[in-house]
Ligand binder design. Structure first.
Ligand code: GDU
Length: 600
């Protein structure tokens, strides 16, 4: 009370709200006015921020926390009353007629889409010192994830305009959700690379704030043990993306601009954009309000399972059930083996890769009802079975894939299952943990993420008619992986299978030890036999036919150990560097038609 004289009317209101919400302990150790006044002001600045960044403010946060903590104390299962079953959705097979049809529909729709990357996570499991989006997707061209994503969006933008014969190319908006851990560094990467060719006005960064930690079941806010004027905070999770988009006003801007789709994706999946055209095509064709991308999932794999939940009262919803909850849910529903593989060798529940496509209109309507908030959960670590105190403070969390939980049963919620080799190879685990992954399960490391890109590109070219020699097995950082030829291309060379097929003519072959880098749009492979390294750079407007027999010493993968600090971290983390012995590299920087046909 003595400190009231220091406060503005807004701060007095916030103080009253805290006291009314049972948070008087926050002020108990306050000194008299005149002592530590700056720290008290900083306290209120923090409270104001916590209040404004949560839908409904801190009072709602405390109220929600009390409810969720009470449920957790009595062991109430959020899935009580629900029976899980395997849902039906659209299952696509790369390169068949259906897939090609959806890809075409998706590229046409892309000009009505906005992309949202959630990149606020620190990537603790990966243990990489930089931000995850700046990590190399592959070392052959040294392209980082952010560059790959931006170039893919630009390729879609261009492809969409071409396919619809538009005279005016619409800029596809790109939002990146950052956090205090990633914001400055994300901006630095963008600015120091001229936004990788995207207009800076096309890119918006939205920073998520942390939420207050909770000390007990009454949701008393936790003070920092080293600063009695600061509330402890922790990340709230990727679900923040919905409230941030809503409160930023961007969704309405997009709606007025005629956009129809919002596509959400995660920080390190180098394959994702190979799956986007077809899945967007599914959303548009099936008129899905929510479309989750999924792949085959190994039982117990660290990815949520897409599940149909049917309530005893008749309600039914198709939703992601997080991997740690799927097993107990299945056991409770009378499946004694829980989360187990079926005769296909995979779990019958498709794995959620957290790529969501939402229809903008219904999305805005729903967020207007909820104020941008989505279902949260709490995961306190209790000291003992009485569940009266915590080992350390906890907080509410939320996940972006829980968005459909509040939708009415009439909402059109679907999913699209893609070939895993085409759509999903995230980089989440450090080399040490990855090397301990049981054989047959995915490593999800920088090594496996990179090898998956070469594998997917090789398989796509095989499907397009190229003879690509099969892989050899090699061990990097204790992980045995398939090493295919190192084939990479810029997204504008081929974002869809139809486009790629047009660019591969007659009989072409690539040996396993080869490297092929196609950096340009109009590069056509005709009767090419490659055994070595070939790099083609060409500007738009230059059309290059590449054929003949190309043989040289090529580029070798040279093993390095992740503990060997003499190599840069981004190479150590994948367990190899590229030794560029010899290559044929050609650059076409003038418009025109060119032929490259060396004979060895
Ligand atoms: N992220 C944020 N803010 C946060 C936490 C995470 O933006 O507060 C971002 C990360 O940067 C990343 C994404 O959210 O881009 C996902 O984070 P994780 O990679 O740590 O996610 P998990 O592995 O825990 O799991 C998520 C889903 C799973 C499954 C899996 C697939 O919750 O259901 O789909 O991704 O990769």
């Amino acid at each position: 009370v003595k400190n009231l004289c220091l406060l503005s009317p807004d701060q007095i209101e916030l103080g009253k709200m805290l006291v009314e919400m049972g948070q008087s302990h926050l002020f108990q150790q306050w000194t008299d006015p005149g002592v530590e006044d700056n720290k008290k002001k900083a306290f209120f600045a923090q409270v104001a921020k916590l209040n404004s960044s949560y839908p409904g403010g801190l009072a709602s946060y405390i109220k929600n926390a009390r409810e969720l903590l009470a449920d957790s104390k009595v062991g109430r299962n959020p899935y009580d009353g629900f029976t899980p079953s395997v849902p039906t959705g659209e299952v696509l097979s790369f390169g068949d007629d259906n897939f090609i049809k959806y890809e075409e529909a998706g590229v046409k729709e892309a000009q009505n889409a906005a992309f949202v990357l959630v990149a606020g996570g620190l990537g603790e499991r990966l243990g990489y010192n930089g931000i995850k989006v700046a990590l190399l997707a592959e070392a052959t061209t040294g392209t980082c994830f952010l560059q790959l994503y931006i170039e893919s969006i630009l390729a879609l933008q261009e492809g969409s305009c071409r396919l619809t014969q538009g005279t005016f190319q619409k800029d596809i908006p790109f939002v990146i959700m950052t956090s205090d851990d990633t914001h400055t560094r994300t901006l630095e990467v963008l600015e120091s690379n001229s936004y990788f060719g995207m207009k800076p006005t096309q890119v918006k960064l939205l920073k998520q704030e942390k939420v207050a930690c909770l000390d007990d079941n009454d949701a008393r806010l936790a003070l920092d043990p080293h600063n009695k004027y600061q509330i402890q905070t922790k990340p709230h999770g990727h679900g923040d993306v919905h409230s941030l988009l809503y409160s930023s006003g961007l969704l309405k801007v997009w709606l007025y601009a005629g956009l129809r789709w919002v596509l959400f994706f995660q920080d390190t999946n180098g394959l994702l954009f190979k799956a986007i055209p077809a899945s967007l095509g599914v959303s548009a064709t099936k008129q899905y309000q929510v479309n989750s991308l999924a792949v085959q999932r190994k039982a117990k794999e660290a990815m949520g399972g897409i599940t149909r939940l049917t309530h005893s009262d008749g309600r039914s919803v198709v939703i992601n059930v997080e991997y740690n909850q799927l097993d107990p849910l299945l056991r409770a529903a009378g499946h004694p083996d829980g989360d187990a593989n079926c005769e296909t060798g995979y779990s019958p529940f498709p794995g959620n890769i957290n790529q969501l496509i939402l229809e903008l209109g219904p999305y805005i309507e729903e967020l207007t009802k909820t104020g941008g908030a989505i279902k949260e959960f709490v995961n306190p670590k209790y000291k003992d079975a009485s569940k009266t105190s915590f080992k350390s403070s906890t907080r509410l969390e939320c996940m972006m894939q829980d968005y459909p939980k509040t939708l009415p049963p009439t909402a059109r919620v679907g999913f699209t299952v893609m070939d895993k080799w085409l759509a999903y190879a995230p980089v989440k685990n450090n080399p040490e943990d990855a090397s301990k992954v049981p054989k047959g399960n995915p490593y999800h490391s920088a090594t496996s993420g990179e090898m998956a890109i070469y594998r997917a590109n090789s398989l796509i070219l095989i499907k397009a008619g190229v003879q690509v020699e099969g892989p050899v097995q090699q061990v990097f950082n204790g992980q045995e992986v398939e090493v295919w030829p190192r084939i990479t291309w810029k997204p504008k060379w081929g974002l869809t299978f139809s486009e790629i097929k047009i660019k591969v003519r007659q009989s072409c072959s690539v040996s396993q030890r080869s490297t092929m880098v196609l950096k340009g749009r109009d590069i056509f492979l005709e009767d090419l036999s490659l055994d070595g390294a070939l790099i083609i750079n060409c500007i738009d407007g230059a059309e290059v036919k590449v054929g003949g027999s190309i043989q040289n010493k090529g580029w070798l993968l040279e093993r390095i150990n992740y503990k060997d600090t003499s190599s840069p971290e981004e190479l150590r983390i994948r367990g190899f560097k590229i030794n560029k012995l010899e290559q044929l590299e050609q650059t076409y920087s003038e418009p025109g038609k060119f032929i490259l046909k060396p004979q060895c």
